[in-house]
Design a protein. Sequence first.
Length: 134
Amino acid sequence: PVSSDALFEDVCEVAGPARYGWVICEKICALTVTSSADWDAEHPAGVSLNGLFDIDFYSVYPYIKRGFTGDVLTYQQKPLSELAEDDLWLCACDKELHISTTSRPATRGTHTIFVTLTLDTGEKIVYSTDHTFE
């Protein structure tokens, strides 16, 4: 397998050295959304809500897989539950990565939504935000 450092260097060679900071070099293998409160009867607190969220983002990785042909950035939009292991590899950090829910929780009130990124190193990075559903 090719290391993320080698791929990053390939991208930088094509895109130019002035653009080193525009991609996330860590390989994000998984992204999981959970809530601190029950979402509904099938999704108690702490259980993955990936089937209830969509994601859209830009990535350089499809460009590399195509042999450095076509557009450098590829826009992707899909249900979070359909995110493949390499979809978020080399995603563009100068573009928005947007996660949105396709349903409202049955439990009203404030939910702490946790977004957990799992890297290929096993490291987990957790972001959280409070949102009140009425």
